[in-house]
Design a protein around this ligand. Structure first.
Ligand code: PLP
Length: 407
């Protein structure tokens, strides 16, 4: 099989500088194209000032760069109203914002919060802690044998007193792609909020927020070719307007009286303090790069790599692949190898210049249900090709032979 990279490796300085590296950890963070690095340095070389605060030309340029970035990222994610895109540090902060600001204003004793067994800790712990703080009931929807959300169970769990259903677009641990619209419809039947963790969705699939059906969608820039420390929360305007602010300080106020304060309009109400303009500008360049590749092609490329990897890994004795069949899985493979701890395996692979992740993938509740402590995960993106899969498969097969000989 010869699957060529969708994006040339030469566009990515780190990969170009290390031709032997098989980088298979893009679900953790992606490498950055030169276009993103150039956008960041260009911003500092030409436009840097504190936005929103200065009346002078340079501050206006920084404000303009920040707002233009918001416009293009919102467009990329399918939100017609750019002011409903709140910039945050990433998915974790976006979900904490919702669970804290919306949660404490709307959830009380006797209410129910529903999450799923697939969740990353970022979409699990904030809701669990909200339940503990308010006295609400915290319920976890279990999975089918193939690692997919059991929609029948979810329908039963989402009762009239349910205030929020929080679920991921794509599982970072086993790759399950969830039926977002169906889950949102189950939540909406009882008037609950549908909150989607898009950390592994936005980089790989067309999001189309306005027709997706959810009330809020969280994402991280660094997982979609952008810089670290920037991401966002897109939410319905009425939800954001009805919520109290999350953090207080500069930019988010309208009027500060001695005894009371009023809030700025969206998006500023949720963006207290000096914003990460560099991050927004870098992320806008990243989405421009993804748009030039085409998200349909990004998805098709990853699917081809995952299918190939799944077929080849399945031939290795003692290797167990986790998660749904490749056709219903995002751009990653997660597996265990009998008698070899994932940490040992990833170190042995590292010696062959193969970078994979090993561990619980910030999904301990899922690992418990799967009956494993950890898995080895290889995740693909636009710069990977079939030679990365070949290297992975032959190195894993080699490790298996060595261990089989010694056990
Ligand atoms: N949710 C999922 C599904 C993830 O994969 C991750 C990161 O791995 C996160 C949330 C947290 O993202 P961040 O660390 O960028 O906030």
């Amino acid at each position: 099989m010869n699957i060529k990279p969708l994006a040339p490796r030469s566009d990515f300085p780190l990969l170009a500088g290390d031709p032997k590296l098989h980088y298979l950890d893009s679900a953790a963070t992606t490498q950055k194209p030169q276009a993103v690095l150039d956008a960041i340095s260009g911003y500092y070389e030409r436009d840097n000032a504190n936005p929103h605060r200065g009346a002078y030309t340079l501050s206006a340029a920084a404000t303009e760069a920040y707002q233009t970035a918001r416009d293009s990222i919102a467009r990329f994610l399918g939100a017609a109203d750019p002011d409903t895109l709140i910039f945050t540090r990433g998915t974790t902060e976006s979900l904490n914002l919702l669970a804290t600001a919306w949660g404490h204003a709307n959830v009380k004793k006797g209410d129910r919060i529903v999450v799923t067994r697939l969740e990353h800790h970022a979409n699990f712990v904030p809701w669990q802690q909200l339940a503990l703080a308010t006295g609400a009931e915290f319920r976890i929807c279990e999975l089918t044998a193939e690692g997919e959300i059991d929609l029948a169970k979810l329908s039963e769990l989402v009762t009239k007193n349910t205030k929020v259903v929080a679920f991921g677009h794509v599982s970072n641990a086993i790759g399950t792609v969830n039926p977002v619209a169906e889950i949102a419809a189950i939540a909406h039947r009882v008037g609950a909020l549908a909150v989607c963790d898009g950390a592994q969705g936005a980089p790989h699939l067309t999001v189309g927020f306005d027709s997706l059906g959810v009330d809020a969608y969280a994402f991280s820039g660094h997982k979609m070719l952008g810089p670290m420390g920037i991401g966002g929360l897109i939410a319905k305007r009425d939800l954001l307007e009805s919520m109290p602010p999350y953090q207080m300080g500069g930019d988010m106020i309208a009027l500060v009286g001695d005894n009371a304060t009023t809030w700025n309009v969206l998006p500023h109400k949720f963006e207290a303090g000096t914003p990460n303009v560099e991050g927004a500008v870098g992320l806008a360049a990243a989405v421009g790069y993804l748009e030039s590749l085409g998200m349909d092609k990004v998805h098709a490329h990853e699917t081809a790599l995952v299918r190939y990897a799944t077929e080849r890994l399945a031939t290795i004795e003692d290797l167990t692949l986790l998660g749904p069949p490749a056709v219903r899985r995002g751009g990653l493979v997660s597996f265990t190898l009998r008698d070899v701890h994932p940490h040992d395996l990833s170190q042995l692979l590292d010696a062959e210049n193969i970078a994979v992740r090993a561990g619980h993938h910030c999904a301990q509740p899922l690992m418990r249900a799967l009956g494993v402590n950890a898995t080895t995960r290889a995740s693909f993106y636009v710069y990977n090709d079939s030679s990365d899969v070949d290297a992975l498969v032959s190195a894993v097969a080699h490790v298996r032979e060595r261990f089989a000989a010694t056990v």
